[in-house]
Design a protein. Structure first.
Length: 430
């Protein structure tokens, strides 16, 4: 399968689906409808689809609550005091981490603040944060408000990486040069793993190595990376990371996030952290003592008792990831995205109307392609929506399309190609 040259035909797409080792996984998800018809869902970068098993996983906890009341905290197969634990093996697999380097908790933005309390330790003369220009707004607000909280002017504190003139994505060499150039004044390197707007997958290994060589803490926001691209956070020596579970992880709207803290910090952390009772030594937690003793690993950053219902939904999805395995997912993802890129290029021919701004190298992108629309803009997007395409429009003129290897197939991509071809004909003729 991998060496097959792509073809813009239904037969080709169907053959690819037949030989797809993950073909059966699509049926594990509820596919949404639009105006009563099953839609072409290409929006898993924004909200992943619901695994059919979610309702039974959640129902089991509702039942435990109904039957046991407060005793559910300590009784049964999965007592709620340990509710976060079953998520750890899959999270470790997805992130390339040891189980005690990860824990599910809170939401992404709150976690990023908590992690910055520990890892952003600015001093006069060394207080700056390096990040990509056009970062997700929440991240921009978080970085700016943290700088301000420490008494620095955000306009001074944030150093943003811009693509070169005429380019849309960052070059790794430029990122590394910038770290070197500003190393004397940087207190933190904090970037996306996969950029939400351009779909660029940054070279986290090299960025981390470069920052660490200069003793600058490095953290990543993996909102668009987890469950999308293979990660090796432990090996890459990343200091910390956080993510959300409702995009590629399919855990449901607003569901629980999580953190990664490298083991070199998790076991002997002298720095500041904001603490809560759930981060306290779990053997002594209910002795209700006044002195805090951190749990080892990422758990030491926990504040509150677990989101039991949310974790149940997350677990339904994580079990699917475990079954599929990241290697198979990534292989299929590269093919699906490659096929999408092939069709877009074949249909749009030159780049005057439609331009893929996501890097063309598979090692520099995940499942998402971002299309810069030079003519037609939102109107074209609305035409696609009329025909059942669920994708994602971002101002001023980018459409993000994300084929997800768990539930999208090659026929979806072919169908999208046909819609693209038709709408192209329409507005090129006009
Ligand atoms: C989706 C996303 C968020 C969302 O933050 P929440 O706290 O989960 O609402 C934050 N940052 C990035 C980069 C994202 O892509």
């Amino acid at each position: 399968m991998p060496d097959t040259p792509f073809e813009f035909s239904q037969i080709f797409a169907e053959e690819m689906d037949i030989s797809d080792p993950l073909v059966g996984f699509r049926d594990k998800f509820h596919l949404p409808t639009l105006k009563g018809k099953e839609c072409l869902y290409l929006c898993g970068n924004s909200l992943g689809l619901q695994p059919k098993t979610v309702s039974s996983y959640v129902a089991a906890e509702l039942e435990a609550w109904a039957q046991k009341g407060v005793r559910g905290h300590f009784e049964g197969e999965n007592p709620w005091v340990f509710a976060r634990k079953p998520a750890k093996p899959a999270l470790s697999m997805l992130l390339g981490a040891n189980p005690d380097e990860v824990t599910p908790m809170n939401n992404l933005s709150s976690n990023l603040h908590l992690l910055m309390v520990s890892f952003y330790r600015p001093k006069p003369g060394k207080y700056k944060i390096l990040t990509e220009a056009g970062a997700f707004p929440s991240d921009q607000y978080i970085l700016a408000s943290q700088a301000k909280f420490h008494g620095f002017d955000p306009a001074e504190a944030l150093i943003e990486l811009h693509p070169r003139k005429g380019e849309h994505v960052l070059r790794t060499e430029d990122i590394l040069n910038k770290i070197e150039m500003h190393s004397h004044e940087l207190a933190l390197v904090m970037m996306a793993g996969v950029q939400y707007y351009t779909g660029q997958w940054f070279d986290l290994e090299q960025i981390s190595a470069c920052a660490r060589a200069k003793e600058i803490p490095v953290g990543f926001d993996l909102a668009h990376a987890i469950g999308n691209v293979p990660l090796e956070l432990h090996k890459w020596n990343v200091d910390f990371a956080t993510w959300c579970s409702y995009k590629y992880l399919n855990a449901g709207p607003g569901n629980v996030s999580g953190i990664f803290v490298h083991e070199r910090h998790g076991h002997d952390f002298q720095g500041p952290r904001f603490t809560g009772w759930w981060g306290h030594d779990e053997d002594r937690r209910f002795l209700m003592e006044g002195t805090f003793k951190a749990m080892p690993g990422a758990d030491g950053w926990l504040l509150s008792n677990d989101h039991v219902l949310g974790l149940a939904a997350l677990q339904a999805s994580l079990d699917i990831f475990q079954e599929a395995g990241m290697n198979r997912l990534r292989s299929k993802s590269e093919l699906l995205t490659g096929y999408l890129e092939f069709l877009i290029q074949k249909i749009s021919k030159d780049q005057s109307t439609l331009q893929v701004i996501t890097p063309s190298k598979p090692t520099e992108r995940g499942a998402q392609l971002s299309l810069f629309i030079h003519q037609g803009g939102k109107k074209v997007f609305d035409q696609w929506t009329e025909q059942g395409v669920v994708a994602d429009w971002r101002n001023p003129n980018v459409i993000r399309i994300a084929p997800c290897p768990l539930y999208n197939n090659f026929t979806d991509i072919y169908k999208f190609g046909k819609i693209l071809e038709n709408s192209f004909r329409k507005f090129v003729e006009k």
